[in-house]
Design a protein around this ligand. Structure first.
Ligand code: GLY
Ligand code: MN
Ligand code: MN
Length: 435
């Protein structure tokens, strides 16, 4: 990754700025440790502190630290326990090592004694870890420092963009295998296995539980149950699944109709076209909230075009009906985290946007700027819990809604990178390259 040197220089500058603005001398970032199940000694899969992988392409080194004081080379304490139970931690030679002072430690007391008095001036960023609770630190997870860093993270570096492109390539390859498994009549669990197998991933290596939903399950927004047997008839398939590369996330949704024609196939096509149309409309300076509202109007038009309502698209939106069919946000920032941070922040000093009562689940309220990466993921589903409120309402064409119910719904999701005059569609480019 040729851009790593510039990336770590940018991360350093951002920390310099954030530390100065918040009055801290230095920072100590802890990678984290695997959580252990209650009354047990088995750990859950390890999830590294995102602030740790922001600096280094290292995602599998629990109990490690980065110490950074502006003006000095970052110091990395990589933990390699003396332990004959587990495979030894590997530290292959890599570019990042040219940019830091690397110390391999097998005991946390070494970190404490090496840093000595410096600890009392450092802001610690990391989860609670018992051995560290007795350390005298300048502050623990100070919100003002974290807000500052989160605000800056909306601007992706060239290295981060490369990692996101790579994550999308990997996920697109897996999506193609999952699609083929669906058309071959596979069950949900078999599709999940086809997905992972295509990229040789363990289940814990994907950034979130894959949503692999056949038929009615497509209407369950975070469906991750995976039926073991295939349904008698597979009518529809919604897959929302990603991949990680150097700790950066892909988050992609595609929807497929078993039948190559008919109203459900046309509906998938209409949502897909609307998603591409709104992506074409993206320009720096717009607010993401306005884009979300614009999408609601497009969903209202689709609902009327497909005869789900007997009123105009304007009325469908004004009366609040689109929220029942498209209940989630249009998208979110993506990067080191699937739902990447900073979407509610108005400024680096932590002021935030007020959430909209009409659109409470939208995670991104900031203006659109070049360098940002976010998802665009419109959907349209039959969610009975949300429709209950409109029982008996004659504006709705309940017969038509009943026809869609066996298919669940539709969602299409891409990640886009905002440029000076439009966007780069990272996800569509990845599919084009994986053809
Ligand atoms: N896969 C979760 C989301 O799309 O936000
Ligand atoms: Mn998403
Ligand atoms: Mn998704």
């Amino acid at each position: 990754m040729g851009n790593y040197a510039n990336h770590i220089a940018t991360v350093q500058q951002r920390f310099d700025e954030a530390l100065t603005a918040t009055g801290f001398d230095s920072v100590l970032i802890y990678s984290g440790q695997p959580a252990v199940a209650f009354l047990d000694d088995n750990p859950y899969p390890f999830r590294v502190n995102p602030m740790f992988k922001y600096w280094l392409p290292i995602t599998e080194s629990p109990k490690s630290f980065i110490y950074y004081q502006p003006g000095q080379k970052p110091r990395v304490y990589l933990f390699r326990p003396r332990d004959f139970w587990h495979a030894p931690v590997q530290i292959p030679t890599a570019e990042w090592q040219d940019h830091v002072e690397l110390k391999v430690v097998d005991n946390l007391a070494q970190v404490r004694s090496d840093l000595g008095d410096k600890l009392t001036a450092a802001a610690f960023i990391g989860e609670q870890y018992e051995p560290v609770t007795s350390w005298q630190l300048g502050a623990r997870n100070p919100q003002n420092l974290i807000d500052h860093l989160h605000f800056q993270r909306s601007q992706k570096t060239a290295y981060e963009l490369d990692c996101l492109r790579k994550a999308n390539r990997i996920a697109a390859r897996a999506h193609n295998a999952a699609r083929d498994a669906f058309y071959a009549g596979a069950s949900e669990i078999e599709i999940q296995h086809a997905y992972l197998n295509a990229i040789k991933f363990r289940e814990q290596e994907v950034p979130y539980n894959s949503i692999i939903a056949l038929n009615e399950h497509s209407a369950i927004l975070h469906y991750d149950v995976y039926d073991r047997t295939a349904p008698a008839e597979s009518r529809s398939f919604l897959i929302d699944a990603g991949a990680l590369y150097n700790g950066y996330c892909a988050d992609i949704t595609r929807t497929y109709a078993a039948q190559k024609s008919g109203f459900y196939q046309e509906l998938v096509e209409a949502v897909d076209q609307a998603e591409q149309a709104i992506i074409r409309a993206i320009k720096p300076g717009m607010s993401y909230y306005d884009l979300h509202v614009q999408m609601h109007h497009m969903i209202a038009k689709i609902l009327v075009d497909f005869n789900f309502f007997k009123i105009s698209p304007e009325e469908v939106y004004e009366r609040g009906y689109t929220n029942a069919f498209f209940p989630h946000g249009l998208g979110h920032y993506i990067g080191l985290q699937v739902h990447d941070v900073g979407g509610f922040l108005k400024s680096a000093d932590g002021q935030s946007f007020e959430r909209s009562a009409r659109h409470p689940f939208l995670r991104l309220l900031r203006d659109i700027e070049p360098g940002q990466v976010f998802t665009v993921e419109p959907g349209l589903y039959v969610v009975d819990q949300l429709l209950e409120a409109f029982d008996g309402n004659d504006d709705f064409n309940w017969t038509r809604i009943a026809e869609l119910r066996p298919y669940g719904g539709v969602r299409i999701e891409d990640s886009v990178h905002v440029t000076e005059d439009g966007v780069e569609n990272i996800t569509r480019d990845a599919f084009a390259e994986e053809k």
